[in-house]
Design a protein. Structure first.
Length: 345
């Protein structure tokens, strides 16, 4: 395994982070525990969850993923061996079953306290805001279109004050963002500096061969402000395994169970995926290996969050850390990207 540190901290984390959003829906508690055991044995010490998980979110399943991690922590007594990241759900119809109070101070306190109980721990190493409260272009919306009827008011300082309180109480060590844009990221950093409040150290955004929009303004912010990217969906919901193109996806594959998650399945995305798969095979790699190795090598990436529904997938995904793509292969990847740029933002 390769390791890095969370920016502006001394916390060492594996370059591969174990994602968990299928546990409690596509995966059982026992399967989640097996994945945790295997990942830890391979040197993975970074685990990411959220109060929303598993996905898709429902009132019945909300928080179930974190409970699975909690029972593993209690059983294994491995809390001191892992770095735990979690998230407070953003507002919207999708999360109204959790709460409707956004990132208010009371909401942050409630969310952290409930998550600590589920995880059966006294503290969370990295606590993230799952997505912005304001109307902006997230989750596959390509361009920003201003909504003059958006009722959101600038509350960056108040949100940081709420996070500051849970840090002072010892419940959270550091904070991060997720699904955030350039303007929101800089506003949080600005308020942190001007008001002497906690500074976000990471941002968890989608990034993959078919979604490289982070390389725009966000990559510059990441490098100049030292806020590390935690990559989610590096496999684009499994699309970049090639299993949907080859028609080898299992019955419990995400896009078979939940076809409405079509963010990575457009005609252009499929065209690009086929070209990347051909390139990988030409270089004696699986598409999954090449896709993950590409992400692992990006300079702005702090950790690559991988998920799997079975141990064989998990083994292949973790093994990507030992693959170094040549400059020639990277040039070939960029040639495809130039012809079909960001087909699945």
């Amino acid at each position: 395994m390769k390791y890095t540190t969370l920016p502006n901290t001394s916390i060492k984390v594996s370059k591969i982070c174990l994602g968990s959003m299928t546990w409690g829906n596509q995966n059982t508690e026992a399967e989640g525990h097996l994945q945790l055991d295997y990942a830890l044995d391979q040197g993975v010490n970074f685990i990411d969850t959220a109060e929303l998980y598993p996905v898709p979110a429902t009132a019945e399943t909300s928080g179930r993923t974190s409970k699975i991690i909690g029972t593993w922590l209690k059983k294994s007594r491995n809390r001191d061996k892992v770095v735990l990241a979690s998230k407070i759900a953003g507002p919207g119809d999708y999360t109204a079953h959790i709460r409707t109070t956004g990132f208010s101070k009371s909401a942050i306190k409630e969310a952290v306290d409930l998550e600590l109980k589920r995880l059966q721990t006294d503290y969370i190493d990295l606590y993230q805001l799952h997505w912005p409260e304001r109307d902006t272009n997230t989750f596959g919306i390509r361009d920003y279109k201003h909504n003059p009827d958006d009722q959101w008011k600038d509350n960056f300082k108040e949100v940081l004050e709420g996070l500051d309180q849970v840090i002072k109480e010892g419940k959270v060590r550091h904070i991060g963002l997720s699904n955030e844009k350039a303007w929101g990221t800089m506003r949080y950093l600005e308020e942190s500096t001007n008001s002497n409040l906690p500074r976000p150290i990471t941002i968890q955004n989608a990034y993959s061969l078919i979604n490289r929009v982070f390389e725009g303004d966000m990559a510059e912010i990441s490098m100049r402000e030292n806020i590390g990217l935690l990559v989610y969906s590096p496999m684009a919901f499994g699309v970049l395994s090639g299993k949907y193109i080859k028609n080898t996806a299992a019955d419990n594959a995400r896009l078979k169970l939940f076809p409405r998650f079509s963010r990575y399945s457009s005609e252009q995305a499929t065209m690009a995926t086929k070209q990347y798969m051909s390139l990988a095979e030409k270089n004696n790699l699986s598409l999954a290996q090449m896709s993950l190795a590409f992400v692992n090598q990006r300079t702005f990436v702090t950790s690559n969050i991988i998920g799997a529904t079975n141990l064989e997938q998990l083994k292949e995904n973790i093994a990507s850390i030992s693959i170094d793509l040549s400059d020639t292969l990277l040039d070939d990847i960029n040639a495809i990207h130039s012809n079909i740029p960001n087909p699945a933002p």
